[in-house]
Design a protein around this ligand. Structure first.
Ligand code: NI
Length: 182
């Protein structure tokens, strides 16, 4: 078990497409996932993608029991998702402020699909097939973007809605609250 350093925007490897996992239930994969949970917990994230700790494999983790910033949102089950695919269920899009552990202290207003289906595998090779909405769906889209080398600032459509948390709060864009990062 080890907390790993989270790579920050500017690192070239964050912009690469990550590789498919082809061997499940391996010691190497188990170690990677342990490191990812340790790092996400330490950084108080709601999700993490393997390339954020310098491993360019298609592995993401996400989930929490209770998020004080979204007290009414249902818990998102703690999930390891490997080689994920996302399909949209409806065309509906919403715009919500996002943060990222690789872009610390900043937030941007990002469009995401509201209702999605996601499929993939856990670390043992068992199939995962779920539907998700709202914040749950947003976290998955954010994490899966990391696997294709996309960081959320690349999805901000109007750059007046991208900046440092404190300044966005001072200028009335954001409610004063801790940044939510994934
Ligand atoms: Ni992120």
């Amino acid at each position: 078990m080890a907390i790993q350093a989270v790579l920050k925007m500017g690192e070239r490897s964050l912009l690469q497409r990550s590789h498919e996992v082809d061997t499940f239930n391996s010691r190497q994969l188990e170690q990677l996932i342990e490191d990812m949970w340790d790092t996400m917990t330490e950084e108080k994230g709601v999700g993490l993608a393997a390339p954020q700790i310098a491993v360019n494999q298609r592995v993401v983790i996400f989930g929490y029991d209770h998020n004080p910033r979204y007290p009414d949102a249902p818990a998102v089950p703690k999930t390891v998702l490997i080689n994920p695919t996302i399909t949209t269920i409806t065309d509906e899009i919403d715009y919500v402020w996002e943060g990222c552990l690789s872009v610390p202290g900043m937030r941007g207003l990002v469009p995401r699909f509201v209702n999605i289906r996601y499929q993939g595998y856990d670390q043992f090779g068992n199939k995962i097939d779920r539907e998700a909405s709202d914040f749950h769906a947003r976290v998955i889209q954010h994490e899966c973007d990391h696997l294709d080398g996309t960081l959320y600032p690349q999805r901000v459509e109007d750059m007046q809605y991208f900046g440092f948390c404190e300044e966005l709060e001072n200028n009335g864009y954001l409610e004063p609250q801790p940044c939510d990062e994934a």
